[in-house]
Write a protein that binds this ligand. Structure first.
Ligand code: DX5
Ligand code: ZN
Length: 219
């Protein structure tokens, strides 16, 4: 069983202090930093891009887990790789050729993730599962932090775990959206080994991020 890792989403951080917030997350035991990139087109929100990621990179030594909620995505992948993304996760709906985009990310020597929205079926990307390092299961519709977890995705996590074991694939299963102390165990027991969280990590226990990271990891 892979060690449970926590990838805090900086979408819920203090955007006026992002460098310090990233430092705080690393010191509090975060395994990686989940950077939600939004373009106001693929999702109805706009956040940060390559220049900000480049500036933030020097504030932490842990991996930047960059979630690209942008479309079209293919032509921008290199800019995020250059900016310091270590894991680049894309949505299948945002590229004309998912296999080409996956190959492009791997050619840039980055880990590649593919993200499934709650209404996107596993069958959409079943052929590509063998090539990816990470599957990002959305448990909310992307665009905003603080949304309610969609319990239906538990079955999708279980199916992805089953496929991984049957086909001997090696992808991490990361779950993103509405993760809290009530649902984290169910998500882990279903097969997830990386949890993304923004609101729970930054807001619970009077903002004690170390305690919140540790609590989410408990099974
Ligand atoms: C939503 C983002 C998530 C979100 C998680 O589009 O992809 O990473 O920020 O935030 P919480 O944990 O608050 O749902
Ligand atoms: Zn995300």
């Amino acid at each position: 069983m892979k060690k449970i890792q926590i990838s805090p989403s900086i979408l819920s951080a203090d955007f006026s202090q992002l460098g310090n917030e990233i430092k705080r997350l690393e010191e509090a035991g975060a395994d990686m930093i989940h950077v939600d990139v939004m373009d106001g087109h693929f999702v109805p929100n706009l956040t940060i891009g390559p220049p900000v990621i480049k500036a933030l990179k020097k504030h932490a030594s842990i991996l930047f887990d960059v979630h690209l909620m942008i479309s079209p995505v293919h032509k921008y992948i290199a800019a995020y790789a250059d900016a310091g993304a270590d894991i680049i996760t894309i949505h299948p709906e945002a590229t004309d050729n998912l296999k080409d985009s996956i190959k492009h990310i791997k050619d840039l020597k980055k880990k590649v993730g593919v993200s499934l929205n709650p209404n996107t079926k596993i069958s959409t990307i079943e052929k590509e599962l063998k090539y990816i390092d990470l599957i990002l299961v959305m448990s909310v519709y992307p665009g905003f932090g603080g949304q309610k977890f969609i319990p239906d995705v538990i079955e999708k996590i279980k199916s992805l775990k089953k496929i991984k074991e049957e086909k001997n694939y090696n992808y991490d299963i990361e779950v993103d959206g509405g993760i809290n102390f009530e649902n984290s165990r169910d998500v882990i027991n279903a097969g997830a080994n990386i949890l993304v969280s923004g609101t729970t990590i930054f807001k619970e226990n009077n903002g004690n991020i170390k305690k919140n990271i540790e609590t989410l990891k408990e099974v």
